[in-house]
Design a binder for this molecule. Structure first.
Ligand code: ADP
Ligand code: MG
Length: 630
């Protein structure tokens, strides 16, 4: 059959234009695209050969090979896959089969980050024209005649006969003047490692090596000069570990891959390897590290999983695959229904990524739940490293709030051992309606809190929280198993019998009304209000926050971020049953100012806050000591 000339379809021209002109900085991806096509062609042959063994003939090692020709200035990529007929060459390399392309091209042209987007999602065969002036394709199917396709990427291509005798496809790239770096052995090696290391077929390249001639026992000959030799080397490791069956993978293989991924030396705490089917099909190999990286709570921490599409590397740290609060996960997602080629709607891809993310989130939470139930010690190790990050999900992931609440652990006023909310609720004494918590920096501080008194008396357990995020996320939980979560240091906390409390406070107000007013006057600069409270037992007084106030931890956090925070005055609560309050009632009026400061000062200290004027506090205290020791 004679040579024939064809015009490219309009959308091909548009795509070519776009690829050549706006993707310049990403042009190295041409190799990824061509290798991926070769790998697809090998997949197709392998599949067809399941039905028809004859297709393989004697050419049974399915492989890709790269040749570099310095003199001719060509880079050639060959595979012995399914090949193409003349008609297929015309159809596959002359049109874009996917209907969304036109829209896509329009959209990308307008978008500022267009190049970025196509760079990430692949541009297919036409990316060859980013680095080549001329592309020649020789192809042959197992039982058909060979044909060739030639184009300079400028509106047309030519089909003719080909002398190719072996099955498969050969793509010869006549490199542009400014693309000669792709003849360099090292450059090609790097690119294969970066983008195609896990391709399932070997990728070979001829390389020149110097070798000293050897004797017949394989020992280097003495005094012999090294000789140049061409040897074939495999460039990829082919280890697409995630595509193998779980029971075929050794623990050390999982670990090696983790080290490769995480660039670290620790071992994974948990390996999650699964296949998702249904609305989105993908394989995921995820690792929970043993230790939290130092930057887990900074912006520098890289969030995301490596995204592959049919074993072809697409991008590192794909953020769309994970919610922030699972940012400690490392791993790989290999999708089989995301298009590698640009020629499909990018928006659709976004929706696909969202589905994958949802699926992964659910999976990870369920693995954690199983770990908590079956391997509590391991779960505790996990929680101590990553619990604080996980908690952020209470704020950001409404859909999984219940699952997340079930995964929370707390030490409590009763126990230094971590407990879950479910355990807490199960042990609630009769009469306790709500779940109580206290946020503080340390356990010691929590135990010393004056707010705890009444809870001890009533034998109500209080959850202790010490993470920076607690103040921010725990209130978002609102309730668990229908029980409200209540911070014990907020004013207006209702406890137990309302009537009884009211009577107590009324009696106190009648008895100590004068004292209350004097203290209010003395402390008007320091506190919002002074009032009696029924919740104190051992301490004479404490500070309580207004119902919507920020805690000392939160204030500290804001200040450390350099944010202005309006001054937050607290409420000084007095214990009408404490002997000190009873005595103060009778104190000499001129002494009351000093006593008020001391009361306030001790409440600030117990609250984990800082004294405004420590020197003055010490002075008042010393005066008191002097009097007492007289
Ligand atoms: P995609 O790979 O997404 O289909 P490409 O632009 O990369 O899009 O390739 C277009 C088509 O050309 C492929 O679908 C395939 O049919 C054909 N093709 C490309 N490279 C090869 C190859 N090495 N062997 C066989 N067919 C190929
Ligand atoms: Mg392709």
């Amino acid at each position: 059959m004679p040579a024939e000339k064809f015009e490219f379809k309009t959308e091909v021209n548009q795509l070519l234009e776009l690829v050549i002109h706006s993707l310049y900085s990403h042009r190295e991806i041409f190799l990824r695209e061509l290798i991926s096509n070769a790998s697809d062609a090998l997949d197709k042959l392998r599949f067809a050969a399941l039905q028809n063994k004859d297709l393989l003939g004697t050419d049974t090692e399915l492989r890709v090979k790269i040749f570099r020709d310095d003199k001719a200035g060509t880079l050639t990529i060959t595979d012995n896959g399914i090949g193409m007929t003349r008609e297929e060459l015309a159809a596959n390399l002359g049109t874009i089969a996917h209907s969304g392309t036109k829209d896509f091209v329009e959209r990308i042209k307008k978008a500022k980050d267009g190049p970025e987007l196509i760079g990430q999602f692949g541009v297919g065969f036409y990316s060859a024209f980013m680095i080549a002036d001329k592309v020649t394709v020789h192809a042959k199917t197992a039982d058909g005649a060979a044909a060739s396709w030639i184009s300079a990427g400028q509106g047309s291509f030519e089909l003719s006969e080909s002398a190719k005798t072996t099955r498969g496809t050969e793509i010869i790239l006549q490199l542009k003047k400014d693309a000669k770096e792709y003849l360099d052995e090292y450059t090609i090696r790097q690119l294969i490692k970066k983008y195609s290391d896990y391709v399932d077929y070997p990728i070979y390249m001829d390389v020149e090596r110097e070798e000293t001639p050897k004797d017949k026992d394989g020992k280097p000959l003495e005094n012999a000069k090294p000789e140049k030799k061409i040897v074939e080397e495999k460039l990829n490791s082919q280890k697409a570990l995630w595509t193998k069956n779980k029971n075929e993978i050794k623990p050390e293989e999982y670990e090696d891959f983790y080290k490769h991924l995480a660039h670290g030396y620790d071992k994974p705490l948990e390996i999650i390897h699964y296949t998702a089917e249904g609305t989105s099909e993908f394989r995921a190999l995820l690792y929970i590290p043993e230790r939290a990286p130092f930057d887990l709570f900074t912006k520098e921490h890289a969030l995301g999983l490596n995204l592959y599409i049919k074993r072809v590397f697409i991008m590192h740290d794909c953020q769309k695959l994970l919610p922030e609060y699972l940012r400690f996960l490392k791993g790989v997602v290999d999708s089989s229904d995301l298009p590698l080629n640009v020629s499909r709607e990018i928006l659709q891809e976004d929706a696909q990524l969202e589905k994958i993310k949802k699926n992964i989130t659910k999976k990870v939470l369920s693995v954690l739940k199983t770990m908590r139930d079956k391997e509590p010690e391991k779960y505790l190790r996990f929680y101590q490293e990553f619990g604080a990050a996980l908690k952020e999900g209470l704020h950001y992931d409404y859909e999984n709030k219940d699952a997340l609440a079930d995964l929370l652990l707390f030490t409590t006023s009763r126990s230094e051992k971590f407990r879950s909310l479910a355990e807490y609720v199960k042990d609630m004494p009769r009469g306790q309606k709500d779940i109580y918590y206290l946020i503080s920096e340390t356990r010691g501080q929590a135990l010393a809190s004056p707010h705890l008194g009444v809870f001890k008396t009533k034998d109500y357990e209080v959850l202790f929280l010490h993470d920076i995020v607690d103040e921010f996320v725990i209130p978002q939980l609102h309730e668990y198993q229908g029980k409200k979560l209540q911070a014990i240091d907020k004013a207006d906390l209702e406890l137990g019998d309302k009537k009884e409390t009211e009577n107590k406070l009324k009696a106190a107000a009648e008895k100590f009304g004068g004292l209350l007013n004097d203290l209010k006057a003395a402390l008007s600069n320091q506190v919002q209000d002074v009032r009696f409270s029924a919740r104190l037992t051992d301490s004479p007084c404490c500070l309580a926050a207004g119902a919507d106030a920020l805690s000392p931890q939160m204030l500290k956090m804001f200040k450390s971020m350099g944010q202005e925070v309006p001054e937050q005055k607290k409420i000084l609560e007095l214990n009408p049953e404490h002997p000190l309050i009873q005595k103060l009632q009778n104190a000499a009026p001129e002494k009351l100012g000093g006593f008020a400061k001391l009361l306030y000062g001790q409440a600030v200290i117990a609250d984990g806050g800082k004294l405004d004027d420590p020197l003055d506090f010490a002075k008042q205290l010393n005066e008191l000591l002097l009097q007492a020791t007289d």
